[in-house]
Design a protein around this ligand. Structure first.
Ligand code: PBG
Length: 328
């Protein structure tokens, strides 16, 4: 039975009916805000390609996190810009490293906000790769040991959850046993499982000063053309103990988000990355699109695809919109 019996528009007639039949709802509970911490005092420098996002010193970060908490965003993910870089990225596992300083201050001064740390080396190494280099390429197994050390050092300084983004083979298992061996059995791991080698990370690499000096990350991050491989990558991370699995980027990979959710029925996170954010902001600043509306449409589409959690530079904007009394 078709037209004229069925008229799809009956369910679209007015906002109340649309509310009743709406299948996907985005809430503030879904959001994680990425933040960048740098050395110094009273520093808040805007990242030019990511308007509304800043390099912040620890004191400013603490205030920012209090505001994020007030917006009822459940968590943040922290990225560090170290005072100095070296071949092994040793600031990332130093007791006095930038992330460790930030964690200690946040734990002291901000209550009830989940503090997640990105675990990787590209922000901390002088060569900008995600691990230890040997003859021009990253040595997977040598990097694993340092990843365990970095994760442990973050947790000892107060991290509530660890998010490895390095894409070394075997890292989730190594981090799990490093944490367990020191009694941190209840600290969850959110694994960047299907992380693609993507040009959408461009603005982030400016933000985190983490572009590789030579070469690229194609040897360890995934080929954008692959999706079966995303399922294998994710399965391996789950077997090694991942509690949340992530697909990254989000928008060009909605099919991958969908597949991973269908296949594993695990908590799935999607990273709405820097380039995706920058495109919307650039167009909105030119008056070409309505930035707020496009942001909400994009975040809803990521959820509709199957993500339970969205890491997004729009988290504060989205929370403000969602918290408005008249937002439906
Ligand atoms: C670190 C890391 C990157 C991002 C998150 N963690 C960059 C990269 O892999 O080059 C990208 C985030 C973004 O673009 O918003 N490895």
């Amino acid at each position: 039975m078709a037209f004229p019996i069925h008229r799809m528009r009956r369910m679209r007639n007015d906002e109340n009916t649309r509310r009743l039949v709406r299948e996907t709802s985005l809430t503030v509970n879904d959001l994680i805000m990425p933040l960048f911490v740098c050395p110094g005092k009273n520093i808040k420098n805007e990242i030019s390609s990511m308007p509304g996002n800043y390099h912040m010193s620890v004191d400013v970060l603490v205030d920012e996190c209090k505001k994020i908490r007030e917006l009822r965003i459940p968590g943040i993910i922290l990225f560090g810009l170290p005072e100095a870089k070296d071949l092994t990225g040793s600031d990332s596992f130093s007791e006095t490293g930038i992330i460790q300083q930030a964690l200690k201050a946040l734990k002291r001064e901000v209550k009830d906000l989940l503090i997640i740390t990105d675990v990787c080396f590209c922000e901390y190494t002088s060569h900008g790769h995600c691990g230890v280099l040997e003859h021009g390429s990253v040595n997977n197994d040598a990097t694993l040991e340092l990843l365990g050390k970095q994760a442990l050092s973050h947790v000892e300084a107060g991290a509530d959850m660890i998010a490895p983004s390095d894409m070394m083979d075997g890292r989730v298992g190594v981090i799990r046993s490093a944490l367990d061996s020191k009694g941190f059995k209840n600290i969850p791991i959110m694994a960047y499982s299907a992380k693609y080698s993507s040009a959408f990370y461009g603005p982030f690499r400016e933000a985190a000063d983490s572009a590789p000096q030579e070469g690229d990350r194609k040897g360890y991050q995934m080929d954008p053309a692959n999706s079966d491989e995303a399922v294998r990558e994710t399965r391996l991370d789950i077997e090694e103990g991942a509690d949340i699995v992530m697909v990254k980027p989000a928008l060009s990979y909605l099919d991958v988000i969908y597949r991973i959710k269908q296949e594993f029925k695990m908590p799935v996170a999607a990273y709405n990355v820097s380039g995706e954010y920058a495109m919307i902001q650039a167009a909105a600043r030119n008056g070409w699109i309505d930035g707020d509306k496009v942001t909400m449409e994009v975040l809803t589409s990521i959820k509709r695809a199957g993500a339970d959690i969205i890491l997004t530079y729009s988290a504060k904007d989205a929370a403000r919109i969602l918290n408005q009394k008249d937002y439906i």
